[in-house]
Design a protein around this ligand. Sequence first.
Ligand SMILES: *Cc1c(COP(=O)(O)O)cnc(C)c1O
Length: 471
Amino acid sequence: MKYRSTRGGMTPMPFSDILLEGLAPDGGLAIPESLPRIDAETLASWRGLTYAQLATQILSVFIDDIPHADLNRLTHAAYRADVFGSEAIVPLKPLNHGMQLLGLSEGPTLAFKDMAMQFLGQAFEYVLSKRDACINILGATSGDTGSAAEYALRGKRGVTVFMLSPQGRMSDFQRAQMYTLQDANIHNIALNGVFDECQDIVKALAGDLDFKARYHIGAVNSINWARIAAQVVYYFWGWLRATSQPGQQVSFAVPSGNFGNILAGHIARQMGLPVRRLVLATNENNVLEEFFRTGIYRPRPAAETHATSSPSMDISRASNFERFVFDLLDQDAARVNACWQALARDGYFDLSELKPLFESRYGFVAGVSTHADRLHTIREVQKETGLLVDPHTADGIKVGASFVEEGIPMLVLETALPAKFGETILEATGKPAPLPAHLQNLSQLPQRVAVMDCKLELVRDYIIQHASGTN
Ligand SMILES: *Cc1c(COP(=O)(O)O)cnc(C)c1O
């Protein structure tokens, strides 16, 4: 399988090449040239697989330039019970009202980003060692990507990480998790700005082709296709666990920000997984909900991006959205280009004429959850089921609940554990969220972070000084 760009200007490349790249050279995003359909018989034959075995099956669809036995080794190294807390790796947890939680947050950083990142860490080390190469990973995080990337890449040979984060916009726990890492190959950079500004700097530096080539810059933020591919696995896993009959439908509710998680659901559905609805939940930063309601995509400037109590969704420009628009526009790269030109010129594009397809062809529906909804949902879920959920997952439950249908399981993606967002849990329940034992002294450990103004030159200089493997 080869990969092309949503903007049509990239020579098709194999997986191992796009693994190490950020944006395509034409500014678009890498996507598979075609998707295979998984038939009912194949799906049924996967019912007995462990998570790692299922990951091998699904990832081998996307990765044909790593030998099967090697890929199998990588998935088994990534999805281990001692890393994810149980043999299930992704447990299903019952909720009320026809809903279940898909437990994606049992990994080392207590958020779903670990699901993709743990595989990515293995794949990076594998491909780099085959090529005797090194890479400097440049990323931006609103909290969870950064820590998941750092925990997956710490100490990995050939890899140095530069992670930008918005100063003062993450929870204490998220900060502690990232900044307490003392590994020499991990660099935390806190910028005086919001997430979108951090992401702009990443995009600008990765778009500077000389700089990118000279310093071997790569990406692990949510535009990285390997992450999407690894996330497709848990949609299949969720379906396999929640159903018993071929063709039985389930819906998924997904707390969304950069559109990476739900995009993987869209890919799974395009591959023939019997998914009825993909329910997109946003917080007060509802650019995506607005798109699915109106057909108009109008990203907002940093100044209009609210700092909310589900901070990992405080995103007003969804970096993966272009991959969905590509499908919506019948994979016509010229029309995708026209949309992004309109975006640069007018600040929005209008696909309202395609609105009837959003749900009928692609299963997409959307809703908003606010701070009050979040607190209410956390309390209600705890009262009814005894489960404590994090604020992002609460957004998914709140919006998912309004789309539950008789006889169709609604799987809500648990995107983080409550311990990561203690302040909001305390506000909702009056009690702090319990911390896993191995993280109890995290806040006392020394932190290592470079703080600077939100300026491209400052970040570039820092990378030049600390990059590995340059000549
Ligand atoms: C990253 C993240 C999200 C948003 O996921 P996207 O793939 O960016 O849409 C939601 N909740 C949590 C806890 C996250 O870390």
